[in-house]
Design a protein around this ligand. Structure first.
Ligand code: HAM
Length: 419
């Protein structure tokens, strides 16, 4: 039986990879420009890190983690997100002793056992950025400005930035109680999951997409009306700093996010071109996470961009496929040997060169060059070859010229301005 990939786990094929490289390169450039450095984390961590960091009563920890026991009897988990791991690394390597402020980013696959559908996979890629060590609202705005700048740079235009404040350790419990009281009166309208959430994590009810629940959520008390004066002031300043930089946003008072570590500012970037899985990016502040995972009292804020969703939104008129600069078409054995030498030299100079390996007819070689979308074809063979020359065909305007083979690389470099 033919073995296929696992449902929810995707291959990224060569004709797609150009988009990924473009997005990753742009992220690196933008993030470096904002003073961020890469921090690479392992694929697997101790299960406890996510259980304590993300929260026992979240969907991720309750139902979606790929957890297994290794041969030493340790419970390990494939990372479902990057924030907890990055915080662990920051603590473990005492990065704060070098400088209390760390601006770090990471790109790589995450794993969640969710029901696969368009825009939702079991292995998916995130670009993640975090700032550790600052609770000043300036940083909340700064990281959002960086995110929006990046999204604009890759060509995404019709996006909506939604923000909210989730309060802090002081004011959230009061809201939680209020929410519980509100939904207790509506238990019969809630789905089975939300009836359970009512006791474990009532805030999660606000995120439920089941119709019956959505109706009762519409009139639920809003966190923004319950946050303390410090949190209100923090949120007001985040909005002020965003306004100063010209970043447009909407306050979405129902946004609660799916991970428990959030405090104060949270945000999402949504696209209405995405269908039901419409969040391209999610993020927020998490001032208690470090303590939850056994560390110091260190504030943090960050975001993660879903790469698959982002890539599906890239402008369709851009081509990201890497095509050959040159195809060498040959006539006869001598020409074929010469082509091998030439191709080697050109490869060393970074000129993408393809040739025929199968002794095909000139016609069929030209057909292949066209299919591969080569910029130029060098036709090698006959009398010209003996004179150290060949015919170079521009596949764009179909013009042809005789060119010397000596120092062909320099000639091609002058014709291919982007090299
Ligand atoms: P999250 O909202 O769970 O947040 O995920 C962030 C983004 O990852 C989502 O907006 C979405 O684009 C993408 N994503 C999530 N799950 C899937 C999936 N199953 N398939 C495809 N894409 C998906 C976090 O992960 C937080 N760690 C973000 C953060 C960083 N908060 C602070 N720092």
């Amino acid at each position: 039986m033919e073995i296929k990939a696992i449902r929810g786990f995707n291959d990224i094929l060569p004709q797609e990879i150009g988009k990924w490289h473009f997005v990753e390169d742009t992220a690196r450039n933008v993030f470096h420009g904002f003073g961020f450095s890469e921090l690479r984390i392992p694929v697997i961590e101790r299960t406890d890190l996510f259980a304590r960091g993300i929260g026992e009563a979240t969907d991720i920890v309750e139902k979606e983690m790929y957890t297994f026991t290794d041969k030493g009897g340790n419970s390990l988990t494939l990372r479902p997100e990057a924030t907890a791991s990055m915080a662990r690394a920051y603590l473990e390597h005492q990065m704060y002793s070098f400088d209390p402020v760390a601006k770090v980013y990471f790109m790589g696959p995450m794993f969640r056992y969710e029901r696969p559908q368009k825009g939702r996979y079991r292995q998916f890629y995130q670009i993640d950025a975090e700032v550790f060590g600052v609770d000043n609202p300036m940083v909340d705005a700064e990281i959002i400005v960086m995110l929006m700048h990046f999204l604009r740079k890759v060509g995404l235009q019709t996006l909506e930035l939604q923000i909210n404040s989730l309060g802090c350790r002081e004011c959230r419990p009061r809201y939680r109680e209020e929410l519980k009281r509100f939904f207790e009166k509506k238990t019969f309208q809630l789905c089975e999951d939300c009836q359970r959430r009512l006791h474990t994590n009532p805030l999660r009810i606000l995120d439920c997409k089941v119709e019956g629940c959505k109706e009762s959520i519409a009139n639920a008390p809003r966190v923004i009306d319950f946050i303390c004066s410090n949190c209100k002031e923090h949120f007001a300043r985040v909005k002020e700093y965003l306004t100063v930089t010209g970043v447009k946003f909407d306050v979405n008072p129902n946004m609660v996010r799916g991970l428990d570590y959030y405090t104060r500012t949270c945000f999402e970037v949504v696209s209405y071109d995405l269908g039901s899985q419409n969040a391209v990016t999610g993020g927020g502040r998490y001032d208690n996470l470090f303590q939850e995972i056994g560390g110091l009292d260190i504030p943090g804020i960050g975001f993660a961009i879903g790469m698959e969703r982002l890539i599906s939104l890239l402008p369709k008129d851009r081509t990201f496929i890497q095509t050959p600069h040159l195809f060498i078409a040959t006539l006869g054995n001598e020409a074929s040997k010469e082509a091998y030498q030439l191709a080697n030299e050109l490869h060393l100079r970074g000129i993408r060169t393809e040739l025929d390996y199968e002794g095909k007819s000139l016609k069929s070689q030209m057909r292949r060059a066209g299919k591969l979308n080569a910029s130029y074809v060098l036709i090698l063979g006959g009398d010209e070859l003996n004179q150290g020359k060949a015919v170079l065909r521009n596949m764009g305007d179909k013009s042809q010229e005789e060119v010397p083979l000596k120092d062909l690389a320099t000639l091609l470099q002058s014709k291919l301005p982007r090299l």
